[in-house]
Ligand binder design. Structure first.
Ligand SMILES: *[C@@H]1O[C@H](CO)[C@@H](O)[C@H](O)[C@H]1NC(C)=O
Ligand SMILES: *[C@@H]1O[C@H](CO)[C@@H](O)[C@H](O)[C@H]1NC(C)=O
Ligand SMILES: *[C@@H]1O[C@H](CO)[C@@H](O)[C@H](O)[C@H]1NC(C)=O
Ligand SMILES: *[C@@H]1O[C@H](CO)[C@@H](O)[C@H](O)[C@H]1NC(C)=O
Ligand SMILES: *[C@@H]1O[C@H](CO)[C@@H](O)[C@H](O)[C@H]1NC(C)=O
Length: 362
């Protein structure tokens, strides 16, 4: 009996030793497996936390438009409270990166290229990113069968990074904002890039025959500084939040910032009403498609502006909701970690061009 008990103890002690050694070797190999160059203590600390939950490494192959910010390994936690998510921009991390992000603009312009010559580590995903409408994404046929993930404002992208979104108001948030008074113009538009072939130009030209439309922006020789923009729009009953291209889910800061933050009711032209309804507050906008003619729309706007009660109903959503604008590029990159769980094991965009151009009008 004694002998048996002893050997059991010895065996259990050896087992503990072995497990301890394995954990040590694992931690050491994780630590030293990292590229040493430019490594700072922040990243080392983060990795030492990783014995229970695996950290995800997101590698930015280059910064969109060259707008870099310095990263310290804690960026996703510090800025967005997203845990276990390491954002890096040093290419030496390629072998250990879970996701490598490529911003489309530089690829189609040729200033950056894909590292197709590098062997892609098992399980690594390549993400295609663009916040442009299909009109400005170029021809993506050459990117067939390369990417595993999309990052875009589109709701059906793997990672959705909209120009703005609604958040429920919290106790500390200041109360509204009655429907803003002191209006001096009925309809306002701000336009720098005026093109005859844009649908929005047709609508503008028809509308101004029915009601006065005050135009700002460089096309009208009335440029607005960024500090003047919202105060100017706030003096208009209606603001033409007209997108320059009509594409699925392409709803930009014209709605989220220029209209919602100023206190003018947006008249929207862009994707179909259903796309707006999916993301924007109820009864907060007027869609051009709601009318059978621009004349009918013009008359509707005139009546609405003269009816304080009905007009103010377009602001009741502000009692419950607030608008959050897209913060920074890093927000979308860190969001990859949050989305990872809901992505399929294996995914390849075999025809990115068709995916990009879906429901694209012009
Ligand atoms: C690492 O773990 C400690 C203790 O669990 C925690 O306080 C710290 O915030 C963690 N650091 C990161 C970057 O997750
Ligand atoms: C109303 O607008 C005018 C300019 O049109 C401005 O001078 C005035 O200060 C505004 N009043 C209020 C209460 O905002
Ligand atoms: C808008 O109204 C629909 C029903 O009419 C409701 O289900 C939805 O939650 C509302 N959305 C918002 C943002 O209030
Ligand atoms: C991310 O998702 C993939 C596929 O579902 C999975 O294999 C991988 O373990 C996940 N990574 C992390 C860090 O959760
Ligand atoms: C990513 O795409 C490549 C290229 O098509 C493919 O070989 C790889 O299996 C994909 N990886 C994942 C995790 O889906």
């Amino acid at each position: 009996m004694m002998v048996c008990y002893d050997s059991k103890t010895v065996f259990s002690f050896m087992k503990k030793c072995l497990i301890f050694c394995i954990i040590c070797i694992f931690l050491i190999s994780v630590y030293y497996g990292l590229p040493r160059r430019n490594q700072n203590s922040a990243i080392a600390i983060t990795f030492s936390n990783s014995s229970n939950n695996k950290d995800m490494i997101i590698l930015l192959w280059y910064w969109p438009f060259g707008h870099s910010v310095s990263l310290n390994g804690h960026t996703c936690w510090d800025l967005y409270k997203i845990p276990h998510c390491i954002l890096v921009d040093q290419r030496s991390y390629f072998p250990s990166a879970d996701v490598v992000v490529f911003h489309n603009r530089e690829l189609i312009q040729g200033s950056q290229k894909l590292p197709i010559e590098l062997p892609r580590p098992q399980g690594q995903r390549w993400a295609w990113m663009s916040l442009e409408s299909p009109a400005n994404n170029g021809n993506l046929q050459k990117f067939a069968n390369i990417f595993n993930m999309t990052i875009s404002y589109r709701r059906d992208a793997d990672v959705t990074t909209p120009y703005g979104e609604l958040l429920p108001k919290e106790a500390g948030d200041h109360v509204v904002e009655e429907s803003p008074a002191n209006k001096t113009s009925l309809v306002c538009w701000v336009v720098s890039n005026y093109q005859d072939n844009h649908k929005r130009s047709d609508v503008y030209n028809d509308l101004k025959k029915i009601v006065p439309v005050k135009v700002y922006g460089s096309w009208a020789n009335a440029p607005l500084s960024s500090t003047d923009l919202l105060p100017t729009i706030s003096r208009c009953y209606f603001y033409l939040a007209f997108e320059n291209s009509l594409a699925k889910d392409y709803i930009t800061e014209k709605l989220w910032n220029n209209a919602y933050k100023s206190g003018a009711v947006p008249i929207v032209l862009g994707p179909p009403i259903s796309d707006y309804k999916a993301v924007a507050p109820n009864h907060s906008f007027i869609h051009v498609d709601e009318f059978t003619s621009i004349k009918e729309m013009g008359e509707f706007l005139q009546q609405l502006a003269n009816d304080q009660k009905r007009y103010s109903e377009y602001f009741t959503w502000k009692q419950e909701w607030k608008v959050k604008l897209r913060a920074h590029w890093t927000e979308g990159f860190c969001k990859i970690c949050t989305q990872n769980r809901s992505l399929p094991q294996h995914k390849v965009y075999s025809d990115l061009e068709t995916w990009d151009k879906v429901n694209y009008i012009h």
